[in-house]
Every structure is written in C-alpha cells, then in structure tokens.
Design a protein around this ligand. Structure first.
Ligand code: NAD
Length: 476
C-alpha cells in the first residue's frame, strides 16, 4: 500500500476544557518541585526518552506513513534523528548550561558578588504543527525537560496517528503531573491558550502565531514562536549549478515541500536560468527517478490532507492562468494526494504562488538581472525564516547577508542549519520570535535570574541624606 491512510483530519476529538484545567492545576506542585531537580535527574529523563525513540522506531515510521505516506528513510533523517540528536546534545551539555554564571562587579558595584542562574520557567505549553509531527513536538520537549519544566503538549490534529503515538510514548515515560499530551484541534488549543502558562512554545503558521501571542498577552506568559513564511533563494551566476540544483531539489521536495524552511522560490541570475533549470531536471531524475516513475517512488511523500491538496492545485491553476509554465510536473489529479515535483517558470509577482507560503512540491523559478533588484524584491516581503545563497563570489555572499534579514541562512546548501546543534534556530518578526535547539532551546525554557549579594558595597551613597561625598562619587 503506497498511499497514506484515508484523509483523517478530523478523527481526533477535542479534549474537554475541564479536563485541561484539571491537568494544568495538577502540574503546579510538580513544577515547583522540579526547580530543585539536578542535572543528573534531568539527564536520566532524556536518556529514557532517547531510548524510547529507538524502541518505538517502527511505530514512528508506521504512524508517519499512515498520516502522509512519509518515506521511512525520511522519517529516520527528519523525525527520529533530530530528536535523538537534540537529547544527546542536551545530555552532554546540561551540567554546563545549568551552572550559575558568576559576574564580576562593575566599578559602581564594587563590594557585591553577583551571578546569573537558570531558573525553570515552570508550567510550559507546547503546541506543534503536523509537518514534522514527531520532531517538532519532541524536540522542544527535550529542551523543556532539560530546563526543568512541566509540559502540556498539544500535537496537531492533522497527523492523528503520530499524535496518538506520542500520547502513548509520553504516558509510558512520565506521570501526567509532569508531562501530558492533550489531543484536539482549534477548540482544545484555545482552551489551553486561556490558561496562565509560564511559557508558551508554539510552532506553526504566522496567522496562528498572532493568536497565540494575543492569548499569551492576557497573562503575560512568555512566548517562543517558531513560524513560517516564504524562504527565498538567490542563485548567483558564480554558483556551482549542479550542487545548487541537487541541494535545492532535495530541500524543496523532501516531505513533499511541507517544510517550514523549504526553499519557497528561487531568484536565479538571468544568464544561467536555462542551465539551472536543466540541472534541476537532472537532479529530479537523480533523486526521484524519471517523471513517469516518480509517483511510485517510495522516497516521495504525499500532501497531508485533501484541503491542502486542493490548495496546492488551486495555486498551480492560478499561476498557469497568469502565464506561468511548467518546466516539469503535471496537473495532479489523483486520489492519493500525489502532487508531482513541479518546477514553475515565467511566474508573475502577482500570482498567488508568490503571495502565500507554498508548503507543497512547487518551486517557482524567477530571474534577476542585478543583485540589487533581487535583494529589493526579497526585502519588500516579510522577513523569512530562511534565506539561501548559492555563489562562489564572496562579495555576493556578504552583500546578500548584510543587506537582508532572515531567521537563518545557508550558503551553497539548504536546510542544514536546522540540524546543527550549536546554532540557534528561529525566525525574525513574521517568521518567529525567539529560538530553539540546543543551548538556545534550553534558554527558551529557562528564565535568566540575576542574583546579587551585597557584601561591602558603597550603595549607602545612593540613599539620603545625600552629601558632598555622594555628589563627588557619582560624578567620579
Ligand atoms: P497551524 O498554525 O495551522 O497549526 C499549528 C498548531 O496550532 C496546531 O496544533 C493547530 O491545532 C493549532 N491551531 C490551528 N489553528 C488554531 C487557532 N485558530 N487557534 C489556536 N490554535 C490553532 O500550522 P500547520 O498548518 O500545522 O503548520 C504549517 C505552518 O507551520 C507553516 O506556516 C510552517 O512554515 C510553520 N512551521 C514552522 C516551523 C518552525 O520551526 N519555524 C516548523 C514547522 C512548520
């Protein structure tokens, strides 16, 4: 059976609001107790989570396949590996991350001792999307556990097999007073968002990110927002085209284009446009087989549900009506939500495919004449989550990096920054607020608390009665 399970978008029932409130209240004491948890205790939990990822490997693959026919190798690389790696990295570094950081006194503060300690935020909420259902739920969970918090995790209702599996896995590892999975869609999400969590970690679309931030504002809960948007690519005339084509084709069509940092559209220098398209066509053959066999290729994923499938079809129809042409691909008309890898050329800036995040296997290839105009067109849009540059010319690379803004950037490759445990991962403004992964993830779930102790400071000079010595000291 090659295809995903029948569209199962709405097979997850919402959780009752009272049950959610009960769980939230039940986590209160545990959150306080966890403040005193040691690195060793937290590492132990991470070890057990990592072991369970391996033990449940087959189940994870089956759930991802049932939800959107995700190829098993892709599940290994993009769902299991990142979580295992995140846990492994946190286990090795946690002692140093938790260590209080001593601060030397400034001149004014002579006579004090000071340090910064990492305090757990407390009761945390994680809301995750469907596109990397396991990775984007358990990745942040690792950071939250490392930082000593309790968690309520709400996975996406659109990948119900994965959501149910995660619920089982979490129940195997944790008491619900420490970590609990709550199932449901918008209604459940909104019941959760109404509660005064200490921190809300949300991964999803910018539109829902705004809803989360507005809800957080009611309680002044801190937030991490991992959002999306249109991530552009610049392919300069100096680029290695074969490398550009192979890495972009992989970046775009892995997970069927349903990746927050997928290259959304490409600006290629006009002199190398045709050469780039030729290389991209070759790369497609190399990665996914010839056009007539791609549908049966086990390494090629499916669109998550009928609604998104219709949306992608709509984008393609709209683009074609406005004069866009298919360099490869065809109008998808199948019942297993198969959309072939599609390269679009001659796309106008007014096409819908250039307005919304594509989130599917369609890559518009646009051209530019001079770098300034490509940069200006990118800067005219909201700041993207990722921006990719292909060039050998160092000056071109420096110009693009300094004159644009993006959550993250890869040069001469795509998407790899996600897997680099030492790099903070996040967006900027419309593509997100705050960072995740590794140390940045630990910090997202921690409060940096300043602790100052007065030993023999001159602070009495700041208090009345003020005298000549005070004035002399302050001027000095
Ligand atoms: P989404 O915003 O529709 O849903 C995300 C979560 O929010 C789900 O759990 C959903 O149940 C919940 N939700 C949906 N509508 C809601 C509402 N009105 N009120 C409260 N909660 C609501 O996103 P999605 O379709 O699951 O995922 C795709 C989006 O996520 C894309 O924009 C993509 O770029 C982005 N994304 C970002 C990252 C990142 O790391 N920055 C990673 C993956 C996906």
């Amino acid at each position: 059976d090659r295809g995903p399970a029948a569209d199962s978008t709405s097979t997850i029932a919402d959780t009752d609001r009272h049950e959610i409130e009960r769980l939230f209240a039940a986590q209160k004491d545990t959150a306080l107790a966890l403040r005193q948890s040691t690195a060793g205790e937290r590492i132990d939990k991470l070890k057990r989570l990592r072991a369970l990822m391996f033990a449940r490997r087959e189940d994870i693959m089956a759930a991802c396949h049932a939800d959107f026919a995700k190829p098993s190798a892709e599940v290994e690389v993009t769902e299991i590996l990142p979580v295992v790696e995140e846990a492994h990295h946190a286990m090795r570094k946690l002692k140093s991350w938790m260590k209080a950081e001593r601060k030397r006194p400034t001149l004014l503060m002579l006579g004090t001792s000071a340090k910064v300690i990492q305090e757990p935020r407390g009761r945390c909420l994680i809301i995750s999307p469907w596109n990397y259902p396991i990775n984007l739920s358990f990745g942040p969970l690792v950071s939250a556990i490392a930082a000593g918090n309790t968690v309520i995790l709400k996975p996406s209702e659109m990948t119900p097999h994965c959501a149910r599996l995660m619920s089982e896995m979490v129940a195997e590892l944790f008491d619900e007073t420490e970590v609990a999975v709550v199932q449901g869609a918008v209604e459940t999400s909104q019941s959760l968002l109404a509660l005064p969590f200490d921190h809300m970690f949300f991964t999803g679309s910018p539109a829902v990110g705004k809803i989360v931030m507005a809800a957080a504002a009611k309680h002044l809960s801190s937030v991490t927002l991992e959002l999306g948007g249109k991530s552009p690519v610049i392919v300069d005339a100096s680029a290695d085209l074969k490398n550009a084509a192979r890495t972009l084709v992989w970046g775009k069509f892995a997970n069927n284009g349903q990746t927050c940092i997928a290259p959304d559209y490409v600006y290629v220098h006009k002199d190398i446009r045709q050469a780039f398209i030729d290389e991209a066509l070759k790369a497609l053959d190399h990665l996914y087989g010839t056009a007539d066999t791609r549908r049966d290729n086990d390494d090629y994923c499916r669109i998550v549900n009928q609604r998104h499938y219709e949306r992608i079809r709509g984008l393609l129809e709209d683009a074609r009506e406005r004069g866009a042409r298919l360099a490869t691909g065809d109008v998808p008309a199948n019942d297993d939500r198969y959309v072939p890898p599609t390269l679009l050329t001659d796309v106008g800036d007014d096409a819908r495919v250039m307005e919304e995040e594509i989130f599917g296997p369609v890559l518009p290839i646009l051209t530019y004449d001079d770098l300034d105009s490509a940069i200006a067109r990118i800067n005219a849009r909201p700041k993207p989550l990722a921006l990719y540059i292909y060039a050998k010319d160092k000056q071109v690379i420096d110009t693009v990096v300094t004159r644009t803004s993006a959550g993250g950037t890869c040069i001469n490759t795509a998407m790899l920054h996600f897997l680099h445990g030492q790099l903070p991962f996040g967006g900027v403004n419309n593509s997100g607020i705050g960072n995740s992964h590794g140390h940045a993830g630990f910090k997202a779930f921690s409060h940096e608390r300043s602790v100052l102790q007065d030993r023999f400071s001159l602070a009495f000079l700041f208090r009345p009665p003020y005298n000549a010595f005070t004035r002399w000291f302050i001027r000095f």
